[in-house]
Design a protein around this ligand. Structure first.
Ligand SMILES: Cc1ncc(COP(=O)(O)O)c(C=O)c1O
Length: 406
């Protein structure tokens, strides 16, 4: 028997974690990436070159670049954002973080107190929603349509709050390949969002996690690129474009914000090797790497769409995403995806129930998110078939007729 810590733990800790027992056979959760697309050999060479050049900087915290992160990487990110997102910035406005999740934590930590209000898309990244909830923040949901956040809805939410004398701390948005809807906010809506944010004096927190993975249409300019007075805080990541296990993300903001985030980042700096590897790899290879990755993901997405058509027929409603690694699906009302995910989980199929991705959990009860980035095409086909079988036997959905034409 080991020592009993129970009486010593804080009363308000989250529930205990389960030990990792391996991934399920059909894993459609977790935002993982395509394993064969990780540029392993190129990263090996990049680390070796970078270590030979700058390895002695490992002797100091911050690698002679200060607490904001390895300067050659920040320099690359600044150029990359200008080229790819039309976002003119410079390394002094960039803070390297342990994934963009640390960026979310830092911004939340700097801006939010218990009882504050934040505006979110009515379906949104569960990691962001759960973080806001755990801080006791009131999330006001704005409607989404096929083109992302609806500006009429945003205008009414802002006005209702203003009528009550409430200034939200920020508008949290994922404008490009929104998680989970996959929508892309048009330039006109971006301009309108900024105009509304200015009118009501509210910051915008722009999470551009998936913007590099857009395979249809052109990437609209980042909202921060349309803003010259520092009202928009921007965050990005290499998790989706290269590999999540590298744990390298970044926040872009004006110095008055960066200077308040820095004292909250108390980890002594992000890992050196991953920053050095990216700084060496990216300038010559990021663009071509991402072009290839997008093609791979597009094919997987098509496989998922075909499997859904074959297995769920008209029972599954969705808009095929224009990029990214997931698809958001609406099932008939009688399907409870909380229950479906529990049952499917025991049979080796992992799915994200919609309630966890909805500002109003009840509205997501018959929706689900399926990730296709990591699964092979064979796994996608097999897993969707198994999910349809389980869903049919639990909820009668899809009806047998839609399920047999394979
Ligand atoms: C919208 C969004 N933001 C942030 C993250 C966090 O990513 P990371 O910490 O790996 O950069 C994710 C991960 O899935 C995400 O979907």
């Amino acid at each position: 028997m080991s020592f009993d810590y129970t009486p010593f733990f804080r009363q308000d800790l989250p529930p205990a974690a389960n030990a990792f027992g391996g991934f399920p056979q059909f894993n459609f959760i977790g935002g993982h990436n395509d394993a064969n697309s990780v540029p392993v050999q190129e990263l090996v060479e990049a680390i070796s070159t970078a270590m030979t050049k700058d390895g002695r900087h490992l002797a100091t915290y911050g690698m002679n670049s200060g607490a904001q992160g390895y300067l050659p990487l920040r320099t690359y990110i600044a150029q990359m954002l200008e080229n790819r997102a039309g976002l003119a910035t410079d390394p002094a406005q960039i803070l390297i973080t342990t994934g963009s999740l640390q960026g979310l934590d830092l911004v939340n930590n700097a801006l939010l107190s218990l009882g504050d209000t934040v505006i979110v898309e009515d379906i949104s990244y569960s990691g962001a929603l759960s973080r806001l909830r755990s801080r006791g923040v009131d999330c006001k949901a704005v409607e989404l349509d096929r083109d992302g956040m609806c500006m009429n809805s945003l205008a009414s939410v802002l006005q209702e709050l203003a009528d009550k004398g409430v200034t939200p701390k920020f508008i949290y948005t994922i404008p490009t390949v929104q998680n989970p809807s996959g929508t892309v906010l048009s330039l006109e809506r971006r301009q309108k969002m900024l105009a509304l944010a200015r009118q009501y004096g509210v910051p915008i927190f722009e999470d551009d996690c998936y913007a590099d993975l857009l395979w249809e249409g052109t990437r609209p300019a980042a909202i921060r690129s349309l803003d010259d007075n520092g009202q928009v805080i921007y965050c990005g990541t290499f998790s989706k474009s290269i590999a999540p296990a590298l744990r390298i993300g970044y926040v872009v903001a004006h110095w008055p914000v960066i200077s308040r985030l820095l004292p909250l980042k108390t980890d002594g700096g992000c890992g050196a090797l991953e920053q050095m590897a990216l700084a060496e790899f990216c300038p010559s290879q990021f663009d071509s790497h991402v072009d290839n990755l997008r093609q791979v993901l597009k094919v997987k997405c098509e496989t998922m769409v075909t499997a859904l058509e074959e297995q769920f027929g008209a029972s599954a409603e969705y808009t095929a995403p224009k990029g990214g690694i997931f698809i958001w699906i609406t099932l008939p009302d009688q399907v409870d995806t909380d229950k479906l995910s529990q049952i499917a989980g025991t049979q080796g199929v992992a799915i994200n129930p919609g309630s966890e991705w909805s500002a109003h959990p009840d509205s997501g009860r018959h929706r689900m998110r399926l990730c296709f980035g990591n699964a092979s095409q064979q796994t996608i086909r097999g897993g969707v078939a198994k999910l349809a079988e389980i869903c049919h036997s639990e909820f009668g959905v899809p009806p047998r007729g839609a399920n047999v034409e394979r």
